[in-house]
Design a protein around this ligand. Structure first.
Ligand code: SF4
Length: 214
């Protein structure tokens, strides 16, 4: 993925919300600059380069995303963070209707061996996964009791997922973005974020997670 564009017109304005309909945060109105700065600071430790609040109605969902999980991905029916263990499209639509605001968490990697199944890759994935979940916990402690993460990439906390046996670390278990039938490119387009597929192994690429907030 390439660099996001600067023009982020659908991103929620934090200091002065200018939305016609109210944003129903549970703990306060919007996420404060202070809390966002804290998230940024903590996120940097896990390789995140930016965290952008946005309105949930910009999230595009579609059944075809599930097809990509079912056909062409080794994690289907093999990981608790992936389909069919995760909510189906109907359930996802209901869940999303219960939220108004979310955070987009953008990380960057520049490694030409990212596609290999190596210990080094897994170490990075585990660090990233734990980072997103720890940011979610931090938000919970700040009063965002509905906060829940949708993480980029399948859960790699175990070398081999225990699926279909019980998850070994259920407190850390989260669905992936794609398992939620989220059309990530469509969602980024809705947010006026331009992105592109990295064509060369040595190109920097981006990965995107979401925390449903409110
Ligand atoms: S923690 Fe382990 S068992 Fe649970 S979803 Fe992740 S990889 Fe699978």
């Amino acid at each position: 993925m390439g660099k996001p564009a600067r023009n982020l017109k659908n991103i929620v304005s934090l200091s002065k919300p200018e939305l016609k309909e109210p944003v129903s945060f549970r703990s306060n109105i919007g996420i404060s600059e202070e809390n966002l700065a804290l998230l940024h600071e903590k996120g940097k430790q896990y390789g995140l380069e930016s965290i952008l609040p946005f309105r949930v109605n910009n999230i595009a969902v579609a059944q075809w995303v599930n097809l990509k999980c079912r056909y062409g991905c080794s994690q289907y029916k093999a990981n608790w963070s992936c389909p069919p263990a995760t909510p189906d499209l109907n359930e996802v639509r209901i869940i999303l209707s219960e939220y108004s605001t979310a955070l987009l968490l953008v990380g960057t990697q520049n490694r030409n061996d990212f596609y290999k199944d190596s210990n080094r890759n897994r170490t990075d994935q585990v660090k990233y996964w734990k980072g997103i979940v720890s940011l979610e916990r931090m938000l919970f402690l700040k009063g965002y009791d509905k906060a829940i993460s949708l993480v980029s990439g399948a859960c790699s906390l175990c070398k081999k997922c225990a699926y279909p046996d019980a998850c070994r670390f259920p407190q850390e278990k989260r669905p992936t973005v794609e398992s939620f039938c989220i059309d990530l490119i469509g969602t980024l387009k809705n947010l006026d974020i331009t992105t592109r597929v990295a064509m060369e192994l040595n190109e920097t690429f981006k990965y995107y997670s979401i925390i449903l907030l409110d």
